[in-house]
Design a protein around this ligand. Structure first.
Ligand code: NAP
Length: 210
């Protein structure tokens, strides 16, 4: 199965590495196709690079791995992403990373759905630091949890299967509106990691009695 990732930064590279090791073919998309190809070449034979539009065309599942502020231009350059499962990993961070620019009454995920109304938007991976991806998706020996929220159950299940195949624990959180909780959860993770000095080899998870 091919998965496309829009962006060539820390999260794009980390996700490409984890997914390709788990048997997925990955296409990175960049504003600069040559940069995407160069980045892909450092990540192994099953990772390729392309323009945003060509990368998006290659897969049914497209991961948006750009700053939230760049979502509109990226989705437009990728051709609108109609019909795609669009995995939104963004956090709408303030410049100092210690707060969110939007929340409570909306979320980055819901704003992204307005930008790609014909895509099936699923919030996922936004609480997993890039350094955890670099460590194979684990904190110590424990797989990080990927929280999943979206309004299309089939798309949510597809993202859960992808994350599970890549070795993560998964937890379905409900509809896309639950991104209003998942984005502050990532914000707390960043405050703990950077603000409180716990570092970035941390990840939120949930406890259950059984
Ligand atoms: N870093 C983390 O630990 C972490 C964890 C969870 C979620 N996230 C979220 O994941 C997303 C990506 O984070 P990241 O850490 O991978 O960021 P990054 O290293 O800065 O990479 C972002 C990528 O986005 C692309 N991009 C497109 N338009 C852009 C613009 N106007 N300005 C800057 N970059 C632009 C760039 O790729 P091209 O130049 O190739 O187009 C760039 O490589 C963000 O929304 C972030 O909030 C990050």
């Amino acid at each position: 199965m091919n998965v496309s990732i829009l962006g060539t930064g820390n999260m794009a590279k980390g996700l490409a590495a984890v997914l390709s090791k788990s048997g997925f073919a990955v296409t990175l998309g960049s504003r600069d196709a040559a940069k995407a190809r160069e980045t892909a070449a450092t990540l192994g034979a099953t990772v390729s690079g392309a323009s945003l539009k060509d990368a998006a065309a290659k897969s049914d599942v497209v991961i948006l791995a750009v700053p939230f502020a760049a979502a509109a231009e990226t989705i437009a350059a990728a051709g609108g992403l109609a019909g795609k499962v669009l995995v939104d990993i963004t956090n709408p961070l303030t410049a100092d990373y210690m707060g969110l620019t939007i929340g409570h009454s909306t979320s980055a995920a819901e704003e992204i759905r307005k930008l790609a109304p014909k895509a099936k938007v699923v919030k996922a991976f936004n609480t997993v630091f890039a350094s955890v991806l670099s460590a194979g998706g684990k904190v110590g020996a424990t797989p990080a949890t990927v929280f999943i929220a979206g309004d299309d159950e089939t798309a949510n299940q597809a993202v859960a299967e992808l994350a599970a195949k890549a070795g993560f624990n998964t937890l379905q959180a409900g509809g896309l509106k639950q991104a209003r909780y998942l984005e502050p959860l990532a914000g707390l993770n960043i405050v703990l990691g950077y603000g409180k000095g716990h570092g970035t080899d941390i990840a939120p998870a949930w406890l259950f009695a059984a």
